[in-house]
Ligand binder design. Structure first.
Ligand code: FMN
Length: 317
């Protein structure tokens, strides 16, 4: 139990990242039940749509869980603060925007705040704004990424040297060796997205899960560079279509229209590789099988212990 586990009141320093509109109660609750921190992402949904899902999570687990608010993606602000307070949500993760307008209101209500950043500058800003925890997300990660394209390996030790508060490493972590490496780089815990796509409890399409399991190290691409809004996807026919249209000068508005949460839903929930997108991190090549959330979390912990022990035995005499 390290300081991150103490702050979040969880057993293992493992967090499930928010997953936009495909976030759901069964996966969030299963991850929290297994001793890590499940996260429900609000995406572009309305507070009225999210309220029954929070009720469902609370019916399924009494363990702590988080709600992710992607600031520049959602139309709502105060409504989320009211909703998370109403349901005594213990942790809120803020991403994709300036967290300063949210943090004081959340902290006033006793809610712990994690802020997702892709650079040291943004980490410092989040710390000054009062965040309890910073999530350093590298460019290996699935979904919307920082345009600075800093990798987890480079970002985490630099964040560690600049910040005194706990840091969670996100992006490119798929097994216990990744967890051990992140701790060595100075993180207090890890956040995973891609590995949890194949959790048995995740109600995603069979095709999405199969594509993650079949993926190798070259399976993902970055779209959106031409408009300065990048996102990591599985290289499906739809992703290729986006790349081709970018080469032909796609404007920002068209890019946004073609990467909405509806398009995300079509890919992830309906398995439509021609008309929908599938978020994935580079670590998909390390995901080999569908497992329960508990099996995934237990294996991460066992593998991390083994990696640290073997390293200690081999190099330190
Ligand atoms: C399907 C999917 C949707 C995602 N949507 C969000 C989101 O809404 N908000 C967010 O902060 N991060 C989002 N992410 C990023 C994850 O929360 C997490 O930080 C990331 O996946 C970690 O990197 P990894 O994929 O290499 O494990 C998403 C990731 C996936 C796989």
């Amino acid at each position: 139990m390290n300081r991150l586990c103490k702050i979040l009141n969880i057993r293992f320093p493992i967090i499930q990242g928010g997953m936009g509109n495909i976030s759901n109660a069964p996966l969030t609750a299963a991850i929290s039940e297994a001793g890590a921190l499940g996260t429900f992402g609000v995406g572009t949904r309305t507070p009225e749509e999210v309220e029954p899902i929070l009720q469902q999570i609370k019916r399924t687990t009494t363990k702590p869980f988080a709600v992710n608010i992607p600031i520049s993606v959602t139309k709502y602000g105060k409504e989320w603060i009211d909703l998370v307070s109403k349901y005594s949500v213990p942790v809120v993760s803020l991403s994709a925007g300036n967290p300063a307008n949210f943090i004081p209101y959340l902290k006033e209500r006793g809610i712990k705040v994690m802020t997702v950043v892709g650079t040291v500058k943004h980490g410092l800003k989040a710390m000054e704004a009062g965040t309890d925890i910073v999530v350093g997300e590298g460019f290996e990660a699935a979904g919307i990424n920082s345009p600075y394209e800093i990798t987890t390996m480079a970002l985490i030790p630099q964040l560690r040297n600049s910040l005194s508060i706990p840091i969670i490493a996100a992006g490119g972590i798929g097994d216990g060796r990744g967890l051990a490496a992140a701790l060595t780089l100075g993180a207090d815990g890890v956040q995973l997205g891609t590995r949890f796509i194949v959790a048995k409890e995740a109600p995603f399409s069979k095709r999405y899960k199969e594509k993650i399991i079949q993926a190798n190290d070259q399976a993902t691409v970055i779209v959106g560079r031409s408009v300065g809004k990048i996102r990591r996807l599985l290289h499906t026919p739809y992703a290729q279509q986006l790349l081709t249209e970018e080469q032909n000068g796609m404007d920002e508005e068209t890019y946004f229209r073609k990467t909405t949460e509806l398009v995300h839903w079509r890919g992830a929930m309906e398995g439509d590789v021609e008309n929908g997108l599938m978020n994935s991190g580079q670590i998909a090549g390390l995901v080999y099988a569908e497992q329960t959330a508990e099996e995934i979390i237990d294996s991460l912990i066992q593998e991390a212990k083994q990696a640290i022990t073997e390293l200690y035995k081999s190099y330190i005499v």
